[in-house]
Design a protein around this ligand. Structure first.
Ligand SMILES: C[S@@+](CC[C@H](N)C(=O)[O-])C[C@H]1O[C@@H](n2cnc3c(N)ncnc32)[C@H](O)[C@@H]1O
Length: 317
């Protein structure tokens, strides 16, 4: 296993997933294979992992990292929102456990030409799914560069507010429109400078472009839409007793997970004003984490990117 890669909340995920020697598990965000490695090790000798990722570069590294388990591991380039279809192609219709470790990987952040980080100069790309050709009409093929240079002022404001909760969204969008009249905005660092110049100095401890980069990344990769669909898909695939573990890294993701779990765990989803239940809703999940599990101080020291991680787990009824 690549030594530089430390999977977030890995022991906690194993504690909840309880991999069995004949179980079938889906890692919907296999990344470099850190969690999958641990699940495969814990489910020896016959446990299987299906690892899915949008990013072909990540899958190539995961393949190397998981080589020792190649007979029990199948890697698929795809979107976890389409898990049922992807698994059907392998004649799998139900699984014992499922993990989603959301967001961007360290590989993506640390590779300048992927354009995810304002700490490295690179093309303003931010696509996780680089397998999609750019000259198609598919929305997912849009790069951050296209969004920043082509979208209207109102669209940019909406993206920055909705996905970045950025309070200076309008000022930033106005500065972008002005800058792109002079010359196209093509690199991460040029874009970060434009954002920085638009916000008042020293209003926050984090880099002034942090929220806008997050917003663009979420928009380009349709991360929240995929999560909404992916959660339902994951729940539908679990065998009774099977567990779904989701690690979120910001409040927008965590809120979606929390609400979906709560909705699926309720016996009644009638509007509060209705005196007698008419919904006939049956709970499909039991929530196993009343509060989200977060990494302890030493885990954050070893892996600073884990600091905002929140793990929620539910069991299929
Ligand atoms: C935080 S990393 C996962 C790291 C992984 N758990 C490990 O231990 O190496 C998140 C990964 O999810 C992938 N990803 C994000 N959204 C996805 C989606 N909708 N479908 C499939 N993969 C996705 C990203 O490309 C990235 O590789």
């Amino acid at each position: 296993m690549n030594k530089q890669h430390i999977p977030v909340l890995c022991d906690e995920v194993l504690d909840f997933l309880k991999p069995q020697p004949d179980g079938v598990y889906v890692d919907g965000t296999v990344g470099l294979g850190g969690h999958s490695y641990a699940i495969l090790k814990a489910s020896a000798p016959n446990g299987h992992v299906i690892g899915i990722d949008l990013d072909p570069d990540a899958l190539a590294i995961a393949k190397e990292n998981l080589n020792a388990f190649k007979d029990r591991c199948c890697l698929i380039n795809g979107n976890f929102a389409e898990i049922p279809v992807l698994l059907k192609e392998h004649s799998i219709y139900a699984v014992d456990g499922l993990l989603l470790d959301l967001g961007v990987s360290s590989l993506q952040l640390d590779t300048p030409h992927r354009g995810f980080s304002f700490n490295h100069t690179g093309p303003l790309d931010m696509r996780m799914d680089t397998g999609h050709p750019l000259d198609t009409d598919q929305e997912i093929a849009l790069t951050a560069m296209q969004v920043v240079n082509d979208c209207s002022m109102d669209t940019l404001v909406d993206i920055f507010k909705r996905y970045g909760e950025e309070r200076f969204a309008r000022r930033i969008a106005a500065r972008i429109l002005k800058a792109r009249q002079q010359t196209p905005i093509t690199t991460t660092t040029h874009f970060a400078e434009i954002v920085k110049s638009a916000v008042p100095q020293k209003t926050s401890k984090i880099h002034p472009a942090t929220r806008v980069f997050q917003a663009l990344r979420i928009h380009v990769n349709r991360e929240l839409e995929n999560l909404e669909v992916g959660l339902d898909a994951a729940i539908s695939l679990l065998k009774p007793g099977g567990r779904l573990c989701v690690i979120a890294f910001h409040s927008l993701e965590d809120r979606i997970v929390k609400r979906r779990f709560q909705m699926c765990a309720r016996a009644c989803i009638c509007p509060p004003k209705i005196p007698v239940c008419i919904c006939e809703h049956e709970p499909s999940l039991q929530i196993l984490t009343k509060r989200p599990i977060v990494p302890d101080t030493s885990a954050v020291q070893h892996n600073p990117r884990a600091r905002s991680a929140k793990l929620r787990v539910a069991r299929k009824l």
